[in-house]
Ligand binder design. Structure first.
Ligand code: GMT
Length: 371
């Protein structure tokens, strides 16, 4: 099949999932065309069967904001004919489902559209009154709609008022790539005295609860000498730096910025910490589980569908920093418990979320639409 994938290029779960899906489909012999304003960071320079189309961001003095939705629709419309697209797959509803809809209308109703909902396109941005009508309309107009968790499918019905069928196709992880490695990064760089390492990876937006995260870490640090690795960047990073300074732990927190060596960093870590107050899935937690890192996360959104409480980590009440700190302390002081939960996380990730099975689910969906 000739498959068009539309996604964001920036650091963020939906772009990662779209990229990994495209790579796996190309591996299976499909012709995969990516459409984005820049090359998604998870896509390699060259891969057989995989093509990247840069969507122009055209500035004009009259525009205060560039109408990217339209240049994307034009780019898609031209590709429909030129590359004989059999299906267009929009990752993250805003504005990708709208652009795909427009292109399909221009293309006389072809090809079919699959829209995958990822999270904030429904829970935060999509539910904003300024976006809601167009989000609902474009979801209704898509030929197939998928959500990455049952929680998100339910939210789409409850919050957006969508009545149509939404198939749950979870996110996935490549267990060969996401695998606990023998240290390629020297652990002693961060933990010269063998201190336990707690890691968090995100785009540091308010939903990630960075303030609460630092509060919990300060409580843990008061009990046990430990260190924290913060990977990623975003609006809440400066606050985290200030909180770490004020809490007297700035010397114990490493702000590493955006990184590609995620597996290496996870492989030297003891606990993955995800205190978000809303998370449709929590792909980073799944990646940590695949690398045998026990997770401490808030019991929020779709996280309980991914992290089994008491089996591969612990779920806590959102915002309860006492409970979060207590759970982290348990995991960094009891080596046997840590190892057991790490192994259980790997087993769960490979049993429920392996790439092969999930990619086949998307492939079946495309085949059904193009039959
Ligand atoms: O909202 C974001 O964090 C961005 C979004 C994305 O598009 O990158 O992440 C969402 O999609 C990921 C991939 O499906 C999920 O693993 C994240 O849980 C989800 N984020 C939220 O729901 C906050």
């Amino acid at each position: 099949m000739n498959i068009g994938i539309i996604c964001y290029p920036t650091f963020g779960g939906s772009g990662v999932v779209a990229s990994e899906l495209g790579l796996a489909l190309a591996e299976r012999g499909h012709q995969v065309h990516f459409f984005s304003s820049a090359r998604p960071f998870r896509l390699p320079g060259f891969k057989e069967n995989l093509y990247f189309h840069e969507v122009p961001v055209v500035q004009y003095s009259l525009f205060e904001h560039t109408p990217y939705t339209l240049t994307l629709a034009s780019t898609l419309y031209e590709a429909i004919d030129l590359h004989k697209l059999d299906v267009m797959h929009a990752h993250y509803a805003i504005p990708h489902a709208a652009s795909a809809f427009l292109a399909k209308q221009m293309g006389n109703g072809k090809p079919p559209i699959v829209t995958t909902l990822h999270g904030t396109d429904i829970t935060l941005v999509g539910s904003h009154p300024a976006y809601l009508p167009v989000v609902k309309f474009t979801i209704d107009q898509s030929d197939e709609v998928t959500a990455v968790s049952k929680y998100l499918a339910d939210e789409t019905r409850d919050v957006i008022g969508v009545k149509r069928e939404i198939q749950v196709i979870p996110n996935f992880v490549d267990g060969d790539f996401y695998n606990r490695k023998r240290c390629t990064i020297r652990r002693s760089i961060f933990a010269p005295e063998g201190e336990p390492l707690i890691i968090h990876i995100s785009n540091f937006r308010p939903v990630k609860r960075i303030g609460e995260m630092m509060e919990a870490f300060i409580k843990v640090r008061k009990q046990v000498k430990c260190r924290m690795l913060l990977v990623g960047d975003g609006p809440e990073r400066a606050r985290a730096e200030k909180d770490a300074q004020a809490g007297g732990v700035i010397g114990d927190v490493f702000f590493l910025g955006n990184q590609t060596a995620i597996v290496d960093l996870l492989s030297i870590s003891d606990v993955y910490f995800l205190p978000s107050n809303s998370e449709s899935f929590g792909l980073s937690a799944l990646e940590a589980m695949a690398c045998e890192v026990p997770v401490v996360a808030a019991r929020a959104g779709g996280i309980p569908e991914v992290v089994a409480d008491g089996e591969c980590g612990y779920l806590t009440e959102p915002d309860n920093t006492e409970e979060m700190a207590a759970r982290i302390l348990e995991l960094i002081t009891d080596r046997e418990l840590n190892r057991r939960m790490g192994k259980a996380g790997r087993a769960r990730a490979m049993q429920l979320f392996p790439t092969e099975r999930v990619v086949s689910q998307y492939e079946s969906l495309y085949r059904k639409l193009t039959a």
